[in-house]
Design a protein around this ligand. Structure first.
Ligand SMILES: NC(=O)c1ccc[n+]([C@@H]2O[C@H](COP(=O)([O-])OP(=O)(O)OC[C@H]3O[C@@H](n4cnc5c(N)ncnc54)[C@H](O)[C@@H]3O)[C@@H](O)[C@H]2O)c1
Length: 716
């Protein structure tokens, strides 16, 4: 043994082969936390001092190789100032440089995920062999930063600028065949063969058959591009990256710029450019938000695991009632995730529609080469369409997705309860009706909860799991486990009108209605909110959701929270609804939707909506972008704070993720609470004051006032 610690060890094998093995004790994965970085430094000293070593294997004792830096250490470090951040990058960069300069060849044995810093370590080795089951990549730009341990320097010098820019700016995980094709790795092996492949590679290098010194020189040298080649590569590359990333995500372009700035430099200078870019980006609100989202995601996954442990049994067979838009989507998602599902409707036409929808989604996957026709057949076979309750006695969970009518739902649920086993979980996909109230029709209300999917089910990551007054922990547990098995993010919330997501969406829509009432142009509002980061503005969103659905749900919310959600004027969505404009579904809403050649709806503004509104709204008036953002976002934020204060949702992190995954809240802002932390409660209070007189939704909640008075943040 040459070196051993709680994070890694270096052994000496026959023939002078050394093996550096990462194995972070007490963790399921390897990551570069501070201890690992320190230990690597010591291990390299031991290796440098060891006599008679001819070659080095770099391996992992875990199913993953190294998943990257320890992101839990980022938040504090990013706030510590530029010098500290550069120092952080410098420590491990120095390690990797020393690894690269050892007086014998090295081979990284990539047995599983090698991401971020984990992959940068591999790039510092002379050769890389990769398991066919592994993934590599540099996902840093997804966190709003750039690789900080030589990734932007070594990767373009190994695989060429064009590919490297795409890898770094896109941040995607790469499969083994793709990595081999571009030369990011030198050989592949099936998991059980990988070590043999690595040994052969290393031996050939030791024997002088592979030019490992030449490889090192290439990585330490300027990029081999003349000015014209460089201009072409960076000019077109950066334009494409900027277009794909969008104006709110600066890291991808910054990464490309760092590669460009360092193109004529040797390793040390190029690393300094990279470290500087890393430090500058790390200090931005965008990086704070994206790192925050990553950490919140981990918290959510942990909570889901905790809930799943409370499930008394896993879901092996499911059923869905209603084969409409949502029922069909739920059946598809369950079958796609490997869980057989009965799809029951009262009408054959409904079933045909549900099956057609599943078929369409699967055919798309097959056409894109993302699924084999056999797999498609297997998936479809997992959906069992039915008009009867036959076999419901063996079902672990039934998701009700019939029409949004509480009498119909109560009748259907009570009828179903008689057909299922005593411990079957019943869940309703209602978007507005109180779970506690629906439970009144049931004999076993403890087995009942809400399971609120979002439309379209296959694309929207969120499922709200709603606890009624009598819902048991085991019921919540089984439902969360099912949502997780379907690849969804489950957020557990308490029952109230609108639950969490719709409860905060409708005050936002009210903000929109009041803006229009006071003379704003709906297109201008859409434009401002889209620039703010929303995937679509409120008018467009209402059209997509369905104006009838919006008006109906709005009425439920007004009944539930009259003090702040009941309007004393006719709202713009009501005006559209009364004119028979239901949104995208009938091609007429705030906008109109004629079809293009491929049959896709094209959003088109016409005079009709303006004419309809004319008699009900004030004369057209300009609002500044700041006024529009304040009028839209203050009511959403105050309502979300209220939900947290009332215990509807457990933590700011869960609340923020629910909006990201359920509504498409802009990820670069991290969620409402992260946004409040970024702008500060003082500024938020000023925004709210500027909206004085617009109603209770524009007043700070008690919790907000306390944060303001105590100068506290939501994330602490
Ligand atoms: N569409 C959305 O955007 C959306 C989003 C989230 C939640 N939801 C909720 O999901 C539920 C379903 O909505 P949808 O948009 O899929 O409606 P839909 O009208 O498309 O489908 C409802 C289906 O239920 C069937 N049905 C009616 N009574 C039934 C019964 N007794 N047994 C079995 N099937 C019966 C109908 O035949 C129809 O096929 C509603 O509660 C709705 O609020 C909808």
């Amino acid at each position: 043994m040459i070196y051993e610690s709680d994070t890694l060890k270096v052994q000496r094998h026959d023939g002078g082969i050394a093996e550096l093995t990462f194995d972070l004790h007490g963790e399921s994965v390897n990551k570069f936390n501070q201890a690992t970085v320190d230990d690597l430094k010591a291990a390299l000293s031991a290796l440098e001092a060891e006599q008679g070593i001819s070659g080095l294997l770099v391996t992992s004792a875990k199913p993953v190789f190294i998943v990257g830096a320890d992101i839990t250490e980022f938040t504090r470090m990013f706030k510590a100032g530029k010098e500290t951040i550069i120092e952080f990058a410098g420590h491990n960069s120095a390690n990797l440089n020393r690894l690269e300069q050892l007086p014998f060849p090295s081979v990284a044995v990539i047995n599983g995920y090698a991401l971020g810093g984990g992959f940068e370590l591999c790039l510092a080795c002379d050769f890389r062999v990769m398991s066919t089951a592994a993934r590599v990549g540099l996902p840093e730009t997804k966190l709003g930063i750039v690789p900080g341990w030589g990734g932007t320097v070594r990767l373009p010098r190994i695989i060429g600028v064009d590919e490297a820019l795409m890898w770094i700016a896109g941040g995607a995980e790469q499969r083994a065949d793709a990595a081999l094709k571009v030369g990011a790795v030198d050989a592949l092996g099936a998991p059980e063969e990988l070590r043999k492949v690595a040994m052969v590679t290393l031996q050939r290098a030791i024997d002088g058959k592979l030019d490992w010194r030449g490889r090192r020189d290439a990585k330490r040298s300027p990029l081999p591009l003349n000015d014209t080649e460089a201009m072409m590569a960076f000019f077109t590359g950066k334009a494409l990256i900027a277009q794909q990333a969008g104006r709110n995500y600066p890291a991808p372009v910054a990464a490309a710029t760092a590669v460009e700035q360092a193109r004529g430099m040797g390793l040390e200078d190029a690393l300094a450019v990279e470290a500087n870019t890393f430090a500058e980006l790390a200090q931005t609100d965008v990086a704070q938000a994206l790192v925050g989202v990553f950490l919140s995601d981990q918290l959510l996954a942990k909570k889901a695991k905790g809930w799943s442990r409370q499930a008394d049994k896993p879901v092996q067979r499911a059923a869905v009632l209603g084969a409409g838009i949502m029922g069909g989507g739920i059946a598809y998602q369950s079958a796609f995730s490997g869980i057989p599902i009965k799809m029951k409707d009262i009408a054959q036409a409904g079933i045909d529609l549900g099956l057609k929808e599943a078929n369409k989604l699967l055919s798309k996957r097959v056409a894109r080469g993302r699924m084999s026709p056999e797999k498609m057949g297997e998936t479809l076979n997992r959906i069992e369409p039915t008009l009867s309750y036959d076999g419901f006695g063996q079902i672990d969970i039934v998701v009700e997705a019939v029409v949004e009518n509480s009498k119909v739902k109560q009748a259907v649920l009570a009828e179903t309860e008689k057909q299922v086993a005593a411990d079957t979980v019943l869940a309703s996909n209602t978007s507005t009706i109180s779970i506690t109230r629906l439970a009144e029709a049931l004999e076993r209300p403890e087995n009942f909860c809400g399971m609120h999917f979002f439309n379209p089910v296959h694309a929207m990551p969120l499922v709200e799991v709603i606890r009624g007054a009598k819902t048991s922990d085991a019921t919540v547990g089984r439902t969360v486990a099912y949502a997780t098995a379907m690849g969804k993010k489950a957020v557990v919330v308490q029952d109230c009108p609108g639950f969490l997501v719709n409860r905060v969406l409708f005050p936002y829509f009210d903000g929109f209605s009041k803006l229009l009432r006071d003379g704003a142009d709906f297109q201008a509002v859409d434009k401002v909110m889209e620039r703010w980061g929303w995937p679509m503005g409120p008018a467009y969103l209402l059209d997509v959701v369905g104006i009838d659905t919006g008006v109906h749900a709005g009425a439920v919310m007004a009944e539930g929270f009259p003090d702040r959600m009941r309007n004393d004027f006719k709202t713009a969505p009501e005006i559209m609804f009364e004119a028979g404009r239901l949104g995208q579904k009938n091609g007429l809403g705030f906008y109109e939707y004629p079809s293009d050649k491929k049959g896709r709806p094209v959003k088109t503004a016409t005079a009709v909506a303006y004419e309809l509104l004319a008699g009900h709204v004030a004369e057209r008036r300009e609002f500044t972008p700041e006024q529009i953002v304040a009028r839209m976002m203050v009511p959403m934020a105050t309502e979300l704070a209220r939900c947290l204060e009332e215990g509807i949702v457990g933590t700011p992190a869960e609340a923020d993720l629910a909006l990201l995954y359920g509504l498409g809240f802009p990820p670069f802002r991290g969620g409402v609470f992260r946004w409040l932390d970024a702008i500060g409660m003082e500024n938020f209070a000023a925004m709210a004051r500027a909206c004085e007189g617009l109603g209770k939704s524009y007043e700070l909640t008690e919790g907000m006032q306390a944060k303001l008075a105590n100068n506290e943040t939501w994330y602490g």
